[in-house]
Write a protein of this length. Sequence first.
Length: 473
Amino acid sequence: MAKSVKDIMQMIKENDIKMVDFKMVDINGQFRHVTIPAMNFSEDTMKSGIGFDASNYGYAVVEKSDMVFIPDPDTACIDPFCEIPTLSMTGNAMIIDKENRPLAQYPRNIVLAAEQYMKDSGIADEMLILPEFEFYLFDNVGWNVSADDISMNIDVSQAHWNSAMEGKGCVIPKQKAYHVAKPFDTSYECRSEMCLLMEEMGIHVKYHHPEVGAAGQFEIEPQLGQMSKMADATMMIKYIIHNTAMKHGKTATFMPKPVYGEAGNGMHVHMLLLKDGEPVFSDDNGYSNLSQTAHYFMGGLLKHISSLCAITNPSTNSFKRLVPGFEAPVTVGYATSNRSAVIRIPAYAKSPKMRRFEIRNPDATCNPYFAYAAILMAGIDGIKNKIDPHANGWGPYDVNLYNLSDEEKAKLKSLPTSLEQALDALEADHDYLTQGGVFPQELITKFIASKRAECREMAAIPHPAEFDKYFNL
């Protein structure tokens, strides 16, 4: 049920709230916030919003940077990590003028625009998604980048490199942590607390468990949810994981490849469409019980996958994860129960209303609003243009693609191998994103420029492994 301003005022009174916190999202998908005393919160606050400088968030040019943030009462929740009782809300950014128009570049506005574009197309009226959150929990972590020291160090008590230490017995062999139980699962209570906090905030959890990486990798998986609400939930899930980890004396990271030789962190995204409450992707007679519309949606994803990578995998570190041998997808194709393909159809989703597929390349360094909206826009483009993945030679690949011969592998199309390649693809292929005005051209231009600057910066920094390769030549 939608909350009113009166409901918010009642929450403040009943919970003795002292501060009201407004969480905003920058271009990189990171929370920023502004807080006001609860005694100053009023109905006018909800209507007039809070002013902020959008140029510092990566959106607007300086001369047009003054924006206003309008809180969404439906997102109101009590922040469990504040000692002073605090009510938290997210919302939308508006341009200050006579009409107070939505800032088209703001992430939350983009995901809402994508949903409206889907409804206007007549294809579906709801998209449900389920992102899987993989992350590492470190006991200690540190790094330095300076002229005299370029280094990083991590430690996790149960990691295989601690097997020789006195007093250590609960260590896990490299790449062998999947679903290990206590006493090896040393962060069980920490993750359970994370999940309970998510439930308190209305984010329903499917399960949590140790992942493959023995150096402290885990996964929390929520239930399917409406795309725009799941974008909000994604921000809150990461917020909860980071803060709960700190409370337990640990540090959480969603960095795609934080540990050399261990599995990387992905954020696989399951998806399905509904129209009038009925599944659009289900067909008893289709391949893996998926409809032709579902195949066209997959075709759109696979056609635009290289440019999508710039949005779903927007860090230089992302492409250190997308390599063979670590259950990471590297091949442009689709299949059932095959983790080596970019699109996987889970065989266990047998109910017509649960039949779906997942795209496996995204990771949580993405801005979730941009990523989910871009995935939807690529899928709609596939449906509108009837892009058949089988006819285009993208599968189904019902074999382990890692085990193919070099000759057979050479016939396959692969994902970009660097952020630069993905940005090149986005620069050449983004018309599907700007359809219906969902992604403003100026945002795409600004995003590409910002990420190219990151690439140049990272390329200029000597890497410790380069000393190993080249120091004595």
